[in-house]
Design a protein around this ligand. Structure first.
Ligand SMILES: Cc1ncc(COP(=O)(O)O)c(C=O)c1O
Length: 362
């Protein structure tokens, strides 16, 4: 009894060590806090890691999506196809630029866009597809890029949760314009932060311009811009974390394998044979049970859980106003069934055993 009430296994926990602390202190001591040498070095390292020509650091994953859409010239009158089974920013950023989000339903096995539904959603107004690599597993990128090619559409990947994940050996965020989040709980975290990745020189230049007031030389404003820069403090943390990425991802993958081997009473997540999952979230389904009650019971047993996401973004009033009503039966069903369990790198073998035991007891 005592063990059950004192145990605390959070759903996520940032992995911050001495190196991150030292990196932040060095920036504070340097006196250069804003977008400076740390940001430039982080961008170079991120681009090299992905094998692309440019990584442009911005203030958040939301800023990355927003600026990628703007830099591609997407705006009023345009439609952008994406998933509704995602974090709200995937849709909000389409609304920010004045375009209309059009939602395609997802595949219940991967939680990701169903390519047949994407194809069915294309109209003469469609300009882009935003595949969301949910929970850290890439979408079916062969089929999505083929649809995009056939209809002349842009691909802007929401790779916020999928740094390091691959589809047929190729990294998420390198199929189109890549948008990453470096938020505190992400696999690679800078606190707040984001990256836009591309090998298109002109596009990278445009994102750089837009993130800093539309200004190239001091006070020479070329266009309407924003202040969506990353600070050197955040970049310094992100650089250390990027260096740890392989190790942290390997731990997440081991934890996911252990959970999948041990869980008997829920539908475990599928890792498609042609992808590597980086397990930003380990998400099970409870199709025949009261999911909210299960979350409550696990909470009482000291096991943190998350519901990503309790409703599709197509159900939000401010999105419906722009997108209209859309019928997404798989998204609606999954929103009532999913439950994410801790999979983060700081879990111990005992933690994993406790999670499996409590979930199997549900
Ligand atoms: C799928 C998805 N898209 C976009 C974002 C936005 O990223 P950020 O929180 O860094 O703005 C997130 C992060 O929470 C996300 O999970």
């Amino acid at each position: 009894m005592i063990e059950r009430t004192t145990r605390r296994i959070p759903i996520s926990r940032p992995f911050i060590g001495e190196e991150e602390r030292a990196a932040v202190m060095a920036v504070l001591d340097s006196g250069m806090l804003v977008q400076g040498p740390q940001v430039a070095a982080f961008e170079a390292e991120f681009a090299e890691r992905l094998g692309v020509r440019h990584a442009v650091a911005v203030a958040s994953g939301t800023a990355a999506l927003h600026l990628a859409l703007l830099a591609h010239g997407i705006g009023p009158g345009d439609e952008v196809i994406t998933s509704a089974f995602t974090f709200v920013a995937s849709a909000n950023t389409i609304v920010y630029v004045g375009a209309r989000p059009v939602f395609a339903d997802v595949d219940e096995r991967t939680f990701n866009l169903d390519p047949a539904a994407v194809e069915a959603a294309v109209t003469p107004r469609t300009r882009a597809i935003v595949p969301v690599h949910l929970y850290g597993q890439p979408c079916d990128m062969d089929r999505i890029t083929e649809i995009a090619r056939r209809h002349g559409l842009l691909v802007i990947e929401d790779a916020a949760q999928a740094i390091g994940a691959t589809y047929r050996g190729r990294l998420a965020g390198t199929f189109g314009t890549g948008c990453f989040s470096l938020y505190a709980t992400k696999n690679v975290a800078s606190g707040e932060g984001g990256m836009v990745t591309t090998s298109d020189d002109a596009l990278a230049d445009r994102v750089r311009l837009l993130r800093q007031h539309g200004m190239r030389a001091r006070y020479a404003y070329e266009t309407l811009g924003y202040n969506l820069r990353m600070t050197d403090l955040h970049a310094a943390i992100g650089r250390v974390q990027l260096g740890r990425m392989d190790e942290l991802t390997r731990r997440r993958q081991e934890h996911a394998r252990t959970l999948t081997r041990s869980l008997t009473s829920v539908v475990a997540p599928l890792e498609a044979f042609d992808r590597t999952h980086v397990w930003h979230q380990y998400t099970v389904r409870l199709p025949d049970r009261d999911r909210d009650e299960a979350a409550r019971r696990l909470g009482e047993a000291g096991i943190g859980t998350g519901i990503f996401y309790p409703e599709g973004v197509h159900r939000l009033d401010h999105v419906r106003e722009v997108a209209g009503e859309q019928d997404l039966p798989v998204t609606d069903r999954l929103a009532g069934e999913v439950l994410s369990l801790p999979v983060h790198p700081l879990l111990s073998a005992d933690d994993l055993a406790a999670i499996a035991e409590e979930v199997n007891r549900l």
